[in-house]
Design a protein around this ligand. Structure first.
Ligand code: 5RP
Length: 238
């Protein structure tokens, strides 16, 4: 089965199995998460899901919701009050403990805030995202204020990383995030302990967010090339 079809099935299944009327939802970013947003739009339009209060994690998701006619709220809205029932999002890597690298779409700042505000955190990935250790294939994205580029780069090198400034494709110069920041994509050739690396990167002045996610994933949906969608409930059995 083609990857695009696997992503559609993942988004469909996550919404149909986990979302109920009246829920407060976090809506993720990326080509897989957006399939869940599309399914949510369909279900709300047909009336089989009602009274959904949703918070977006990026401009990509905001625009998709506008096109689908889905209303959005902020985490600070009194109706949300900083707490969500469930967030559905994608990931770039998932390790055997279900720790994640995210931020391929440079949205990790709000993705992390929304994930931490959620009781349940559902990750939807095709099987190519499963790795034996974080950093096996993906680089760790680090969002930083532009003024801190050189000192942050040096600090990441001191942690053993090889940072590279993410460049824009349809604009000259670097990628600018939804919050006006730069992104350094950091290759870590050596193994690292995710919780420790998470703390060390966040301690660098100028860093706004990074893509190592260690909060517990409650539901992991994996799409396989034969079309099977496997729904694993956390915690992982290792
Ligand atoms: C965006 C993300 C995405 O969820 C992650 O990059 C996966 O994207 P895709 O589903 O397109 O592979 O973290 O910041």
């Amino acid at each position: 089965m083609e990857t695009a079809q696997i992503k559609r099935s993942l988004g469909f299944k996550a919404v149909d199995e986990l979302v109920r009327s009246g829920m407060k939802l976090g809506l993720g970013t990326g080509s897989t998460a957006i399939e869940a947003v599309r399914r949510l739009g369909e279900r709300v339009r047909e009336g089989s899901l009602r009274d959904i209060k949703a918070v977006a994690t990026s401009f990509q998701t905001v625009v998709a919701c506008q096109e689908l006619g889905l209303s959005l709220m902020s985490l600070n809205d009194p109706a949300i009050d900083g707490c969500l029932d469930l967030t559905i999002d994608g990931a770039d890597e998932v390790d055997p403990r279900w720790m994640l690298i995210k931020g391929g779409g440079a949205a990790m700042l709000i993705e992390k805030i929304v994930a931490h505000a959620s009781r349940d955190f559902c990750i939807i990935v095709d099987s190519s995202k499963l790795v034996s250790r974080l950093g096996e294939k993906a680089r760790v994205p680090v969002e930083l204020v532009p003024e801190a580029l050189i000192p942050v780069r040096r600090s990441l090198e001191a942690l053993g990383g090889q940072p590279e400034l993410r460049m824009a494709r349809m604009k000259v110069g670097p990628v600018i995030t939804d919050h006006g920041n730069f992104v350094l994509d950091v290759r870590f050739p050596q193994d690292f302990e995710p919780r420790q690396m998470e703390r060390e990167i966040m301690a660098i002045p100028g860093v706004m967010a990074h893509g190592i996610f260690t909060r517990p994933v409650t539901d992991l949906l994996v799409g396989w090339p034969d079309g099977r969608i496997e729904h694993r409930r956390g915690p992982p059995g290792i």
